[in-house]
Design a binder for this molecule. Structure first.
Ligand SMILES: [Zn+2]
Length: 239
């Protein structure tokens, strides 16, 4: 069982009857060539294999897009589930959607893929296409909505459709609204200044009971540790 969308994607592709050697070479190629840029569009993922600055080959992986009927089913599955809807609005795609969509006959992972590359490789999958598969795994792990984009369903369209299905009207999302996952991913700014701490807050409250006689510590020892931790925390904040 995969733990995330990227892993699910890779396991799915590896389970297809593709060229295992080509995939394996592609994985190494994807890891070694950090300059490979992946382009994801509805129905197509591609990358340019380069020699220095020169583009040598273009590797393409074509994936069937979802039909309108399939998209409607996905929209109802999410709209009928409050936590799935909340996750979606929060910029998250719950992994349980994979099974829930399958239950209504929609495979979010494609049943077939078509690999093409203009290198002279003989066989189903050259290392350039293999690299596309693994780069896609990374991209989908970082943002599961890339899988939906590949299947022809953009996140903003999905949100609009789910909101419309729930309330009968598309929501007003103000310009520049930031989704929670983006906000959490941002670098933290400077902490605000430490407010004055009332003198009474500096003293640890006494422990309500003595530790049992068999305990390897005393109430006094615990109080000292607590005071020490509080001092250190305050020193860190005031640094
Ligand atoms: Zn190739």
């Amino acid at each position: 069982m995969a733990n995330n969308w990227g892993e699910a994607w890779i396991k799915h592709i590896e389970s297809m009857d593709l060229d295992a050697v080509g995939l394996d070479r592609g994985r190494n190629y994807a890891m070694s060539e950090w300059r490979l840029d992946l382009d994801i569009k509805p129905g197509l993922a591609s990358t340019d294999a380069r020699a220095g600055r020169r583009v040598v080959y273009e590797a393409r992986l074509e994936i069937p897009v979802l039909t309108e009927e399939e998209i409607d089913k996905i929209v109802s599955v999410i709209a009928n589930n409050t936590s799935a809807t909340a996750a979606l609005l929060d910029g998250d795609l719950d992994m349980t959607l994979l099974g829930a969509a399958a239950n209504v006959g929609v495979d979010l992972l494609p049943g077939s893929v078509t690999a093409t590359c203009d290198c002279r490789h003989q066989g189903a999958v050259c290392r350039h296409v293999g690299a596309v598969v693994y780069l896609l795994g990374d991209a989908i792990e970082a943002d599961p909505f890339e899988l939906l984009r590949l299947r022809g369903l953009e996140r903003t369209d999905l949100i609009k459709a789910v909101s419309a299905a729930r309330s009968g009207a598309a929501p007003e999302i103000p310009e520049g609204t930031e989704i929670a996952s983006t906000a959490y991913a941002r670098e933290a700014g400077d902490l605000p200044n430490q407010p004055d701490v009332p003198a009474t807050a500096r003293a640890m409250p006494p422990f309500p009971t003595e530790p049992p006689p068999s305990a390897p510590f005393t109430a006094d020892g615990l109080a000292r540790l607590g005071a020490d931790a509080a001092e250190r925390a305050l020193a860190l904040l005031n640094r």
